[in-house]
Design a protein around this ligand. Structure first.
Ligand code: HEC
Ligand code: HEC
Ligand code: HEC
Ligand code: HEC
Ligand code: HEC
Ligand code: HEC
Ligand code: HEC
Ligand code: HEC
Length: 246
C-alpha cells in the first residue's frame, strides 16, 4: 500500500491527500459533532423566547379606528401614509386602558419640522418649508389640521415646484417658449404630481417643428433633421431648457 502511494506521480499524491482531508472533514461533521450543536431549532427557540419577553408597544393603526374618528379623516388626506403612532408614539397601553395611559400629543413646531424642514435630499415636490420664516412663533396645528393637512392653495405656476428649471430657461435661448409648448400638463398634475404626470416630447421631429430646414417659424436657427445628430434624440446633446451651441 505504502509502495503503491510512493510510486504514484506527485500530482496524484497531492490530490489524494486533499481528498482524504475532505473525506475526514465530512465524516467529522457528520458523526463526531453532537447534533445539538448543529441543530438550529434551539437557537431559533431561544431567540424567540428572548424577544417575546419584550413588551409589545405598538398597537397598529387598525386598532385606533375602533374608537377614533380621526382615522376616517386621515385616510383621504395628505398624511394617509403616516401611521397614527408615528406621531402619537407607542399606544398599545392606551388602546387597552384609554383613560389611564395617554399617548403623546406632538403639538410643538419642532415635531412637524422633523419631516417638513427644507432639505435638498428630499424628493422634488415634497412639501417643505423653512420653519424660521414660515409663520414663526405659532404652533403648526393652529393653521394645519394634522390629520388632514391641506395645501391651503394649489400652486399654479410651474416654477412653484420646478424653480430651477424655470430659472435656467429664463436666461436661455428658449426664454420665449412656454413650458406648455413642449409639455402637456393636465390640470391635476399641479394637485397630485406623482400620480398625474406631465408629458415629455418623445421624438426628434418635435424639435424639428421649429428647427427643421422646412419649418416655417422665422428667426430660429435651422438644421437638417435627417442628418444633424442622427440616431440620437436632440436632448441627448442639447439640454432643452438651456440649449447652447458652443
Ligand atoms: C378602546 C378605545 C380606544 C382605542 C382602541 C384607542 N383610543 Fe385613543 N382614546 C380613547 C379615549 C376614550 C380617549 C379619551 C381619554 C380621555 O380624555 O381621558 C382617547 C384619547 C386619545 C388621544 C388624546 C390624548 C389626550 O391627551 O388628549 C390620542 C392622541 C389618542 N387617543 C390616540 C390613539 C391612538 C394613536 C390609538 C391607536 C394606537 C388609540 N388612541 C386607540 C379611546 C381609545
Ligand atoms: C402628523 C402627525 C399625526 C398623525 C399621523 C396622527 N395624529 Fe392625531 N394628533 C396630532 C397632533 C399634532 C394632535 C394635536 C392637535 C391639536 O391639539 O390641535 C393630534 C390630536 C389627536 C387626538 C386628540 C383630538 C383632540 O381634538 O384633542 C386624537 C384622538 C388623535 N390625534 C388620534 C389620532 C389617530 C387615531 C390617528 C391615526 C388615524 C392620528 N391621530 C394620526 C398629530 C397626528
Ligand atoms: C413622518 C413625517 C411627517 C411628519 C412628522 C409630518 N408630516 Fe406632514 N407630510 C408628510 C408627508 C409624507 C406628506 C405628503 C407629501 C406628498 O403627498 O408628497 C405630508 C404633507 C403635509 C402637508 C401638505 C402640504 C402640501 O402642500 O401638499 C402639510 C400642510 C403638512 N404635511 C403639515 C404637517 C404638520 C402641521 C405636521 C405636524 C403636526 C406634519 N405635517 C408632520 C410627512 C410628515
Ligand atoms: C399662521 C398659519 C400657519 C402656521 C402657524 C403654519 N403654517 Fe404652514 N402654511 C400656511 C399657509 C397659509 C400655507 C400656504 C401658503 C404658503 O405656501 O406659504 C402653508 C403651507 C405649508 C406647507 C406647504 C408648502 C408647499 O410648498 O407645499 C407645509 C408643508 C407647511 N405649511 C407646514 C407647516 C409646518 C411644519 C408648520 C410649523 C412649523 C406650519 N406650516 C405653520 C399657514 C401656516
Ligand atoms: C405642485 C407642484 C408642481 C407643479 C405646480 C408642477 N409640477 Fe411638474 N412635477 C412635480 C413633481 C413633484 C414631479 C415629479 C414627479 C415624479 O417624479 O414622479 C413633476 C414632474 C414633471 C415632469 C416630468 C414628468 C416625467 O415623466 O418625468 C414634467 C415634464 C413636468 N413636471 C412639467 C410641469 C410643467 C410644465 C408645469 C407647469 C405647467 C408643472 N410641471 C407644474 C410637481 C409640480
Ligand atoms: C423646448 C421644449 C421644452 C421647453 C420649453 C420646456 N421643456 Fe421641460 N423638457 C423638455 C424635454 C425634451 C425634456 C426631456 C429631457 C430628457 O429626458 O433629458 C424635458 C424634461 C423636463 C422635466 C423632467 C426632467 C428634468 O430635467 O427634471 C421637467 C420637470 C420639465 N421638463 C419641466 C419643464 C418646465 C417647468 C418648463 C418651463 C419652465 C419646461 N420644462 C420647458 C423640453 C422642454
Ligand atoms: C416653438 C418653437 C421651438 C421649439 C419646439 C424648439 N425650439 Fe429651440 N429655439 C427656438 C427659438 C425661438 C430659439 C432662439 C432663437 C434665437 O433667438 O437665437 C431656439 C434656439 C435653439 C438652439 C440654439 C441655441 C443657440 O445658442 O443658438 C438650440 C440648440 C435649440 N433651440 C434646440 C432645441 C431642441 C433640442 C428642441 C426640442 C427639445 C427645440 N429647440 C425646440 C424655438 C424652438
Ligand atoms: C450628437 C449630438 C447632437 C444631436 C443629437 C443634436 N445636435 Fe444640434 N448641435 C450639435 C452641435 C455639436 C451643434 C453645434 C455645431 C453645429 O452647428 O453643427 C449643434 C447645433 C444645433 C443648432 C444651432 C444651429 C445654428 O446654426 O446655430 C440647432 C438649432 C440644433 N443643433 C438643433 C438640434 C435639434 C432640433 C436636434 C434634434 C433633431 C439636434 N440638434 C440634435 C449636436 C447635436
Amino acid at each position: 500500500m505504502r509502495n503503491l502511494f510512493n510510486r504514484m506521480p506527485d500530482s496524484l499524491q497531492r490530490i489524494l491527500v486533499v481528498f482524504a482531508v475532505f473525506v475526514f472533514v465530512v465524516l467529522f461533521i457528520r458523526f463526531l459533532i453532537p447534533p445539538s450543536i448543529k441543530d438550529s431549532t434551539v437557537h431559533v427557540r431561544e431567540t424567540l423566547e428572548r424577544e417575546m419577553t419584550h413588551p409589545v408597544q405598538y398597537a397598529g393603526s387598525d386598532v385606533c379606528a375602533e374608537c377614533h374618528e380621526e382615522s376616517n379623516l386621515k385616510k383621504k388626506g395628505y398624511h394617509k401614509n403616516l401611521s397614527c403612532e408615528t406621531c402619537h408614539g407607542t399606544a398599545k397601553e392606551h388602546s387597552e386602558d384609554p383613560t389611564g395611559a395617554k399617548p403623546n400629543l406632538p403639538k410643538k413646531r419642532e415635531f412637524c419640522s422633523l419631516c417638513h424642514t427644507y432639505d435638498p435630499s428630499r424628493p422634488t415636490g415634497f412639501p417643505q418649508i423653512n420653519p424660521i420664516a414660515h409663520n414663526p412663533l405659532k404652533p403648526c396645528v393652529s393653521c394645519h389640521n394634522p390629520h388632514d393637512p391641506k395645501p391651503p392653495r394649489v400652486p399654479q405656476e410651474c416654477q412653484a415646484c420646478h424653480a430651477e428649471i424655470a430659472r435656467t430657461k429664463a436666461v436661455s435661448p428658449h426664454v420665449q417658449l412656454e413650458c406648455t409648448t413642449c409639455h402637456n400638463v393636465p390640470q391635476n398634475h399641479k394637485l397630485t404630481p406623482r400620480t398625474v404626470k406631465a408629458t415629455i416630447p418623445s421624438e426628434r421631429t418635435f424639435c424639428g417643428k421649429c428647427h427643421g430646414k422646412e419649418a416655417a417659424v422665422k428667426h430660429v436657427p435651422k438644421i437638417d433633421i435627417a442628418s444633424h445628430g442622427e440616431k440620437y434624440l436632440c436632448w441627448q446633446c442639447h439640454y432643452p431648457h438651456m440649449p447652447e451651441v458652443e
